[in-house]
Ligand binder design. Sequence first.
Ligand code: SF4
Length: 567
Amino acid sequence: MTTPESRPAATSSTAAAADAAEPVASVKQHQIRRHRGEGQWAKGHFTPLNNNEQFKKDDDGLNVRARIENIYSVRGFDSIDGSDLRGRMRWWGLYTQRRPGIDGGRTAVLEPHELDDEYFMLRVRIDGGRLTLAQLRAIATVSTEYARGTADITDRQNIQLHWVRIEDVPAIWRILEGVGLTTAEACGDVPRVILGSPVAGVARDEILDGTPAIEEITSRFIGSPEFSNLPRKFKTAISGLQDVVHEANDISFVGVVHPELGPGFDLWVGGGLSTNPQFAKRLGAFVTLAEVPEVWAGVCGIFRDYGYRRLRTRARLKFLMADWGPVRFREVLETEYLKRALPDGPAPAFVPPAERDHVGVHEQKDGAFYVGFAPRVGRVDGPTLARIADAAEAAGSDRVRTTADQKMLILDVAQDRVEPLIEALDALDLQVRPSVFRRHTMACTGIEFCKLAIVETKALGSSVIDELEKRLAGFDTPITININGCPNSCARIQTADIGLKGQIVRDAAGEQVEGFQVHLGGHFGADLDDAGSFGRKVRGLKVTAVELPDYIERVVRRYAAGREQGE
Ligand code: SF4
């Protein structure tokens, strides 16, 4: 087990050098912090400062697996230790789901155990969004046999199942691991699933294929004690295209062509949405494909050693980046972790956000086609996943992909099999040529299963799509609508044209009902090395869930009437 005490001495000996670079303006603030300590291991602060740090120090989260297999799955839910139940089980992709019938108004006032159901959400990590048909069928089987048919594609390319009993978890692992899938570190204070381009290796316009780097990082570091105790979650994106929201990850490798060194990656660090959203910062460093795992481990090591561990609300890497800035971050990375300088590199060229998803029919570089389709707000089910596998097989494909927009792709389809595939998917209500509303609406898990939720999201998102398709038939400008059940932004509130943050609001009669704070005009990317803009919170603009279709219709009609040429 990795403990704070077992950290290499070198990390703490470097603290003085790092401190020396602190800007004068913030010296007083930092003196106060140093006195109190932020729980940074590199500065010798090993005493746990909150319950999460304590349980992580007491036992590595990865060790809960043996207890699940040998004790909890045999003796049942009531035998589960409290620190395992609400802490370490996440290291294997398990969260208790919300007890049914508790309204969103009570989310903040109830104790965690009052919100816990005896069933679990199980997150299957799908690094790079890559699935074979055997893997897709395995997930379909688990969904159908052990998860009441549930399956949601997340905006991090995972698939989440619900209603999982602890007694069934070992059998589920046997099915998933039998086809090379895992739930290891799908949740928890660890390196989460690695986003990768869903069209890596097949896209005609990709700069390079990041798949070898994703494979090496997952095989070397996922499930390893080296990074199984981070201050909080650590999100990664690697793509030779700009299709995996690199601006919103803790570390991103974005495809660029160096004028002398050729294709490689531009390094971005410290992005994250949720509360206190920050776009990732470019370090201005160029990384070759072969160097990606080493640089990834360096940045992850900085987070482990220097990341803040006092307050959970300040523990993401973006807060360290906000204090250090990209220049100092790069200097610490190069001098303390890599022991060499990285070459400077160019910024990625701007790709309009609307071109980042892969819905529709697209020719691959080998002459075959990939077909992207849009489940409603990412929701599918076990039988549907099995039928998708059947449709892909009938079209001659063995490769399926999930996207960072809650969509799916089938690769390697011969031209003459494209239309029959589209028809087969259409019969499953999986549209390859969807309306802009179906294509660009996302919703997080919401109150149906999430213990932090204040409002319902998935069913609402689906009904909003239906309404808008009827009322605004033919409208074809991409408008992103992201529906979140609370301020945590799992469906990226701040980067949507219309971002909706769930909260309890008052309706016209003064009654407290489910509704949303509205954010307008957010987007990723705008210009060369600019990461984008967050949507503006429209002060006082709150809309009830019932009024949502009317409100969006008004916004869209007003926008359509007033937009400028080419907008
Ligand atoms: Fe749950 Fe909030 Fe995340 Fe939605 S945004 S899944 S409600 S934590």
